[in-house]
Every structure is written in C-alpha cells, then in structure tokens.
Design a protein around this ligand. Structure first.
Ligand SMILES: NC(=O)c1ccc[n+]([C@@H]2O[C@H](COP(=O)([O-])OP(=O)(O)OC[C@H]3O[C@@H](n4cnc5c(N)ncnc54)[C@H](O)[C@@H]3O)[C@@H](O)[C@H]2O)c1
Length: 272
C-alpha cells in the first residue's frame, strides 16, 4: 500500500463531523489505508462508533477530539492535541454540516416566505463559517509546513436547486415541509471558498478541492426513496461507502495536479 499511487500511509488526516454517517466511513477507510485519523465531532465522546475502530484507538492511529467547528478556540486546542498525538496535519476533510433530512420537522423547514433567518444563520455558522475556520486553523498550519490537501464536502443541493416535488407527499399529508434554502446557500458557498483557497495557497503546497455528493441511503421512507430514485440516472441513492475512494484519491499522490476543482459523485443526478 505504501508505494501505491493512492497511498495515504502515515498521513495525519483531520475529519470533522467524524461521528456522522459519512464521517465514520471516511475515517475507517483512511485508517484501513494506513493513515492516522483525528476524528472531530461536537459530541462529548465517541462511544457511538462501532467496535471496529477500537484497535486503531488502542494503537494510537486514531484519536477522538471533541470540538465545535464554530469555535475558534476549540479548533485551536484540537490542533495542539492532534500535533501532539498524531503529528503534523496533512489532510483536512470539512465534513461536519447541518442538514434537514426528508423526515425533518416542518416547523423549522417551512416555506421560504417565512423561513426563519436565525435558522439560516445557524446553518451558515456550521456549514460555511465552520469550514472557513477549520481551513484557517488547520489549513494555515499546512501552508506553513508546505504540504497538505483539503477536501470540502459539497452537495448536489448546492449545485442545483432541490426539486421540491420530492417532498410533495409530506405536503399532501398537511405538513408544510420544504427542503430549506439554508442548506443550498451554504453548500453553494463551499465552491468559491474552495477556489479561493486553492489559488491563495497554490504556492504553499496545499491543494483544496470540493467533493459534491448526491443523497445517501439511510433508511429514508419509501415515498421519498421512490421519488428520489426516479431522478437518478443510476436509479438509486448512494451506499454510504461509495464516496470513500474519492476521499482517498484526493488525499493521495494520484490527485497531485488537482486543486480548485469540484468532483461530482451523484449517480448522474446533475447530468440531465
Ligand atoms: N448524507 C447525504 O445524503 C449527503 C448528501 C450530500 C452531501 N452530504 C454532506 O456530507 C457530509 C456528511 O453528511 P452526513 O450525512 O454524514 O451527516 P451527519 O448528520 O450524519 O453527520 C454530521 C456530523 O457533524 C457533526 N456536527 C454538527 N455540527 C457540528 C459542529 N458545530 N462541530 C463539529 N461537528 C459537528 C454532527 O454531530 C454529526 O456527527 C455533510 O457535509 C453533508 O452535507 C451528505
């Protein structure tokens, strides 16, 4: 593995939102590939992780750092902890985000006309200010060292508008649910943060790219699945492990000429 073009051997990678559905996938596949992983999340502890992580924690290949990406002080202290325990950061996956799944409550996800601006601020706080802060703290350190790769996680809903007809079934049952504008705005902003930093740090050895994902299967209700799948050329949602390869690619030598880009993995959602 260590001589492979796709090697992440011994690279220290910071994953934010690491306890979530995709964060734990990225973390485990990186650990399996020989990377050292700092799992960051806002939860008090990482007891929710499956047992297969234990060995990596025991061997000090992985650490859990409770940290809030909206707090600069919390990220600064995370950096010190990570450098002390796992060494200088090479990779950063800005994965932590607030979203509204199809079964989210309609009080907080109502029509645009009355959409609460404090909810917009809260989402922007995590999904974009939190990403910018993590780039400031971890990315600046990488730029100082002269090497690194940052992956900002985007969504098809930041590239194109959500199709609100997917959620017709909820409105048909009397709930005023709409996929909220906050998620779309925040995920759109990721693209130019990526491009800005890719050019800004281009002489410092730090590459910055966006990975845009389509929806991931997570036991959504059948009406949603039927509606969603009809809009995907590949006819299904992604499985939760289907983005791991792209993460490995962007952190390895295989992507050495790639920066400022947007890699889209969406089963073809944005192709028609
Ligand atoms: N799951 C999907 O269908 C899908 C589709 C497209 C894009 N994405 C994107 O992929 C990424 C991961 O999605 P997911 O489905 O795994 O989400 P998730 O909700 O399962 O996990 C998100 C994690 O972020 C953490 N978090 C929230 N606020 C935080 C904060 N302030 N500081 C630190 N951690 C915080 C949460 O505790 C949670 O563990 C997100 O950026 C999401 O927008 C997901």
């Amino acid at each position: 593995m260590s001589n492979s073009l796709f090697s992440v051997q011994d690279k220290t990678v910071v994953v934010t939102g690491a306890l979530g559905q995709l964060g734990r996938q990225f973390s485990l596949s990186l650990l399996k590939g020989g990377a050292k992983v700092a799992l960051i999340d806002i939860a008090d502890d990482c007891k929710s992780l499956p047992a297969k992580f234990s060995d990596y924690f025991d061997k000090s290949r992985a650490i859990y750092v409770k940290s809030d990406v909206t707090s600069e002080a919390s990220l600064q202290s995370a950096l010190l902890d990570i450098e002390d325990k796992l060494g200088l950061p090479f990779g950063l996956i800005n994965n932590a985000a607030l979203d509204s799944p199809p079964n989210a409550n309609s009080e907080d996800n109502g029509p645009f006309e009355t959409f609460p601006l404090d909810s917009l601020e809260k989402t922007m706080g995590v999904n974009i200010i939190g990403v910018a802060k993590a780039c400031q703290i971890f990315g600046s350190r990488m730029a100082e060292i002269g090497v690194g790769s940052i992956i900002n996680i985007g969504s098809i809903y930041g590239m194109v508008s959500p199709d609100q007809s997917l959620y017709d079934y909820r409105r048909a049952s009397g709930e005023k649910f709409y996929k909220p504008v906050s998620y779309s705005i925040s995920k759109s902003a990721i693209y130019n943060l990526t491009r800005y930093l890719a050019t800004y740090w281009s002489k410092n050895g730090v590459r910055v790219n966006t990975l845009t994902f389509g929806g991931v299967f997570n036991n959504q209700d059948n009406q949603f699945l039927t509606n969603y799948q009809a809009k995907v050329p590949l006819g299904r949602m992604a499985n939760e492990d289907e983005y791991n390869g792209a993460v490995i690619f962007l952190l390895s030598q295989a992507s050495s000429y790639m920066t400022g880009s947007n890699m889209v993995i969406d089963g073809g959602w944005t192709a028609w």
